[in-house]
Design a protein around this ligand. Structure first.
Ligand SMILES: [Zn+2]
Length: 289
């Protein structure tokens, strides 16, 4: 623990706060952890979101005017999630399907495409973002990093797109959705400023975040943190022996005191790397769920 000095403690606290903040957003008075947000109205627009983040966003913008369900439960890895027969029935019954896209729900692409072909109202608030704002893994234009909810700016862009789409679906509620968006925008900006002020105490060369998979590049770009993931941007790509050895060497070289496991990824490999490198597990981050 020699290198676990004050600024790095701050950094650990920051990452743990990030996880807590995300959980807070997911559970803000809305019962999303029970998978459902009910407006209490019989005729409410039924919205089915693939991931917990999208369900949360829909709740933040839709408020009491819509009824939101999440297809995936908390802790579920969206990269590897396969839709069950029951999921397909739920997709069929929804008035509006929200999906992330950008290959996040990689195993659900056919099911979502099928829903679109059947004429379902299906929308991604993320796929229309300008490509210059996106991150491409390894500079490969075919490999878009989908984890953009970790950029406060980009997630607000998604919220704006969702506000527009919900206002189209329920024009009489447009003013309420826009008001909800402004409130969400203000909470995100407040968090953003808080994050920047905490990180000021951490020298740039010490801003290193090591996690299970490469989900935090947008976060790193926004807050100037170097991000290192054992696996790539998709958890379906297994880390090889060379990846593990490289990470152990990186940790030793940078004297990194802590690694962070993720709630939706098996922590086994990272725990082994922590043991081998002498680092500790700093906590669990909510990356993809
Ligand atoms: Zn991911």
């Amino acid at each position: 623990m020699k290198y676990f000095n004050y600024p790095q403690k701050n950094l650990c606290h920051f990452f743990l706060f990030l996880a807590a903040w995300f959980l807070h957003l997911l559970s803000t008075g809305c019962g999303i952890l029970e998978e459902v947000h009910s407006s209490g109205k019989d005729e409410a627009l039924q919205v089915l979101a693939t991931t917990t983040h999208l369900a949360d966003l829909a709740i933040q913008i839709g408020g009491n005017q819509i009824e939101v369900h999440a297809l995936m439960n908390p802790g579920v890895d969206p990269h590897s999630y396969r839709a069950s027969a029951q999921d397909i029935r739920r997709l069929h019954q929804a008035d509006l399907i929200l999906y992330h896209g950008l290959s996040l729900e990689g195993k659900m692409a056919q099911v979502l495409e099928g829903a679109r072909h059947r004429g379902k109202n299906i929308f991604s608030p993320c796929v229309g973002l300008p490509t210059e704002k996106l991150i491409f893994a390894g500079g490969n234009k075919a490999s878009i990093d989908p984890h953009l909810w970790f950029s406060p700016d980009l997630w607000l862009d998604c919220a704006r797109a969702l506000t527009y789409r919900l206002s189209q679906a329920l024009p009489e509620q447009g003013d309420t959705f826009r008001k909800n968006f402004l409130s969400f925008e203000s909470s995100v900006k407040e968090m953003d400023q808080w994050g920047r002020s905490i990180l000021k105490a951490v020298p740039l060369e010490k801003r290193i975040l090591i996690t299970s998979h490469d989900a935090f590049q947008y976060f790193g770009k926004h807050f100037q943190v170097q991000v290192v993931g054992l696996q790539g941007i998709n958890t379906m790509l297994e880390a090889g022996l060379a990846d593990r050895t490289n990470l152990v060497n990186f940790i030793k070289r940078h004297k990194s005191p802590a690694l962070f496991v993720e709630s939706s990824v098996n922590p086994k490999a990272l725990k082994e790397i922590a043991k081998e490198s002498g680092a500790v597990i700093g906590g669990t981050l909510f990356s993809d769920a």
